[in-house]
Design a protein around this ligand. Sequence first.
Ligand code: SAH
Length: 464
Amino acid sequence: MKHFPIFVALEGRRVVLSGGGDAALAKLRLLLKTEAAIHVYAKAPAPEIVTWADEARLTLHRRTLAAGDCEGATLFYAADEDATEDARTAALATAEGALVNIVDNLSDSQFITPAIVDRDPVTVAIGTEGAAPVLARAIKADLEARLPAHLGLLARIGKAFRHAVDVLPMGRRRRDYWADYYFRQGPRALEQGGPDAVRRTLATLLDDYKTREDRAGHVAFVGAGPGDPELLTLKARRALDEADVVIHDRLVTPEILELARREAVLVDAGKEGFGPSMTQDEINRLIVAHAETGAQVVRLKGGDPTVFGRLDEEIDAVTEAGITYHVVPGITAASASVAAIGQSLTSRGRNSSVRFLTGHDTRGFADHDWAALARPGEVAAIYMGKKSARFIQGRLIMHGADRATPVTVIENATRPDQRVLSTTLDALPADLTAAGLTGPALTFYGLAPRAAQAALIQTKQEFA
Ligand code: SAH
């Protein structure tokens, strides 16, 4: 981050702008939203600027900027759209202590003006450090559409009420009160009865919250999907939005953790590398301990929480402690991986069932019905199968599996560093070692990537 976003107090402060053309107009339109004392220096000002001066919204000086004009100014805009003149005025302003912006000259500017979504007093500033103005405009348009026009009015009315709400205990109860106001009761009251109804609602809602019991702790077991944040469900997003504590495992990507409520405490329950990772018992105790303080706990698990996630043990711990819970499903690695290779988990005429297997469980390499799997046309999604590749290969071949059965390994499915390794049962262990995969990887037994499989079928026909 080369530019740090801040909100500068401009009420009654002097803001100076040199220039009277289009660039000046664009900046002035933004500056006029503030309560700054705006001074414009322009020999030939655009008609809009003259009108604003007549309306006393700014002070117009029909001359070029001179020494002393920026004395005591907080901000200065060089907007003459002429490099030499901009350099001259910027130097004067800098010497007189103002923070300087030169329009369309990022490198010589001390600050830049963001794209703004205005719901005064709620203001969203969007900056891309000059890298992508198109992106900033698109984000602005998106937010304009998303933030209701009455948000500013609700915030202004709410602000006057802030001190009254001090009677509620700090923390969750107060937060719930405001969330209820902004997102449910406030908009409804405004629609039905205007600002007076909103004020009445603030008061009745407060009476209601004063006598309300604190919300009990609760645990949401949430599927974070395979890694791409866009593959989160809306329910998962909401749970992250409302979380007081997020206890996540190693598979959850930083991009997804970014979406947790800013005040939420993040706990990494899958830390590896530095010392031993947390035991399941420790994780169970941690979840319960947080929920017992009344927290809304999100237990965030990669993929779907019900697939190789030790969910049952955690639910048992939570219910034994008398804590309520709910489960939010997610997209499991098998679904994400099969999508990555253009295949289908089940296919008419090929496989009418699919198995989800784990390469190893808590006791070591996991045993399965190898004879059933070894039959032609079977498909299995093997989770945690990297270390056990040789073991699985041995068992399958021993039970009569064809060595040429396609096997596909998808590493980091849906993430920017996704890789696909297309091989056969015969070559699996050697190819895996050669590929040196380091991320989570799912192994499909009996499935090849669509294009390669088509090529394979073609070759067979040619040979036949
Ligand atoms: N609950 C998870 C699975 C947990 S077990 C789910 O539903 O996906 C962990 C295993 O899942 C990893 O060893 C790997 O085999 C698989 N896995 C998880 N995320 C993956 C990803 N993005 N790409 C490939 N495999 C993944």
